[in-house]
Design a protein around this ligand. Structure first.
Ligand code: F6P
Length: 547
């Protein structure tokens, strides 16, 4: 049960020795020495293509990384997850988001309960409800069809549906506008309520626990706003809930008939495939939601069946692990060259950082290496004109995942050529760089004096040798998006196994929640200076004075 410390394993030590030789190798040279590098270090699965050849590694590195994956028990842990074993040890829960996208004829039971039958029963209800709303058969209390849907949720109950609804906006129903309210900041819900009509708005209150304070407050505010315009009997046409907590839903005043359940074996950040995905089914229709699940399922099958050396999520994880452990990369930038994947970096932040932002092993010992890097990013080409400067010439090494579709969802061919050209040029520039001799030659060719050449050359030099992956798909569709999300889920899982952390709890969010409750009471009631430091007391006093 207790794993040996990561750095004490034979395969980690072999990697550390190997890293001395290879980590500073020039990728230019590696490409020069092996014309087959792109072919060998790329693969396809579930409608996605991954090129990981622009990393500072060679075939031996990959062999050693695969050995490490074996030594850390990736295959056995993967089986345990798919079989419904309670691998979330601190909460004693199974981790079965993969069951949410399994076909109806699959079989799986947890604690004697037929999981697949439960999943498909909820999917059937989601289909009926989304069909009714989209067709106009589901009417608001005054007899008008729904035009606006407001999802109230936060974290995993917001980021997934929001990211997917934006990514699939071209598939969306023309009558229905989606809104997402997450922040406890009243500007969020105030702004949304000012845009919608109580006669034609449907609220989805989405919370796994139905206790998250931001969501509860936003839901109460939405309810009060609604009741200022309609009678309580009308609530049932305008409020539905997605949760695991039926008692809390009843207490809130939502009819359990309007509740779409899911289960404690679905982690918040893995819940987009469950009823938390209801906004997606409402926006794009249940057929496309099913395609989204099918793409993820195809990636699941690949993850389960492909040997580690040809397994896309495993390779993405191993390359990321190599960059983190042996090249000291403290962050990873996600660069979707697709405007509709705008929210994908934010989605991955929760997925990876809430999962693997841990510093003790599953059995409570300190992890003896760095763990999850910071995940951040924005769409290309926008990022190029903002922070790519640091990525090219800054002092830190930041690997980048480029993500693009080969074909666009529009007919503006020139735009798409420019977009892809930028995407590929960036990965080339990060890899190649431009050394000082090349810069000097350029400047001399421009007719600059020798003094000017020497003055400018250091500023115009690019160190290059900066790692990146490129993920391509033909089109961004519900299916390829499902595969993409599942790819990163399994990457996260594999890295969690390597570090031996529990990727499925999130105790790190609790302390702030408790302190916020105390301070909220002090902002409206009596202050408790004995509880705080002078900074916190000073800030509380300023807020109290401003009321
Ligand atoms: O506080 C963190 C967290 O628990 C996330 O893990 C989760 O996705 C989010 O809050 C929302 O939780 P819930 O769906 O229970 O409202």
């Amino acid at each position: 049960m207790r794993q040996p410390a990561l750095t004490s394993t034979a395969s980690f030590q072999a990697l550390a020795t190997h890293a001395v030789d290879i980590k500073d190798a020039r990728m230019r040279d590696l490409f020069g020495a092996d014309p087959q590098r792109f072919k060998t270090m790329s693969l396809e699965a579930a409608g996605l293509f991954l090129d990981y050849s622009k990393n500072r590694l060679d075939g031996r590195t990959l062999e050693l990384l695969a050995e490490l994956a074996r030594e850390r028990g990736v295959e056995a842990r993967r089986e345990a997850m798919f079989a419904g074993e309670k691998i979330n040890l601190t909460e004693q829960r199974a981790v079965l988001h993969t069951a949410l996208r399994a076909p109806g004829d699959a079989t799986l039971s947890v604690d004697g309960q037929d999981v697949i039958a439960d999943v498909h029963a909820v999917l059937a209800r989601m289909r009926a409800f989304s069909d009714a709303v989209r067709s106009g058969a589901w009417l608001g209390h005054s007899g008008k069809p729904i035009t606006d849907i407001v999802n109230i949720g936060i974290g995993g109950s917001d980021l997934g549906p929001k990211m997917v609804c934006l990514a699939l906006r071209q598939y969306a129903h023309p009558r229905v506008t989606m809104h997402f309210v997450s922040n406890v900041d009243g500007h969020d819900i105030d702004n949304t309520l000012s845009q919608v009509d109580p006669e034609t708005t449907l609220f989805i209150v989405a919370s796994k626990t139905f206790t998250t304070s931001e969501t509860m407050l936003n839901a109460q505010t939405a309810r009060m706003w609604f009741l200022a315009h309609a009678k309580p009997a009308a609530l049932a046409r305008h409020f539905v809930a997605v949760s695991t907590n039926v008692e809390a839903i009843k207490e809130f005043g939502i009819d359990p008939a309007n509740m779409f359940p899911f289960w404690d074996w679905v982690g918040g950040r893995y819940s987009v495939w469950s009823a938390i995905g209801l906004p997606i089914a409402l926006a794009v229709g249940f057929g496309y939601f099913s395609d989204f699940l099918a793409g993820a399922h195809a990636m699941d099958q690949h993850f389960v069946e492909a040997p580690l050396e040809q397994n896309m999520p495993v390779l993405l994880a191993l390359v990321g692990f190599w960059n983190r452990q042996f090249l000291d990369c403290a962050s990873v930038s996600i660069a979707p060259y697709h405007q509709d994947l705008n929210r994908f970096p934010a989605y991955l932040q929760q997925l990876e950082m809430e999962s693997n932002g841990k510093r003790v092993t599953r059995t409570g010992q300190a992890v003896d290496t760095a763990t999850c890097p910071v995940i951040w990013g924005d769409c290309g080409t926008n990022g190029q004109h903002a922070y790519f400067q640091l990525l090219h010439q800054g002092s830190d090494l930041t690997p980048i995942d480029f993500i693009a579709s080969l074909r666009p969802g529009h007919e503006l061919a020139q735009h798409h050529a420019a977009l892809l050209a930028n995407c590929f040029a960036q990965s080339e520039a990060f890899m190649r760089g431009k050394d000082i001799d090349e810069v000097r030659a350029d400047l001399q060719a421009q007719g600059l004096t020798a003094t000017e050449v020497e003055r400018l050359a250091p500023h115009k030099t690019f160190p290059g040798n900066r790692p990146s992956n490129t993920i391509l798909m033909e089109y961004l569709t519900p299916y390829t998006l499902g595969a993409l999300v599942a790819l990163y889920e399994h990457k996260t899982f594999v890295q969690g196994v390597l570090w031996d952390v529990n990727s499925f709890d999130q105790w790190g969010v609790e302390l702030g929640k408790v302190l916020a409750k105390n301070i909220e009471a002090e902002l409206t009631g009596a202050p408790r200076p004995d509880l705080h430091d002078s900074s916190t007391n000073g800030l509380i006093a300023m807020a109290r004075a401003a009321v």
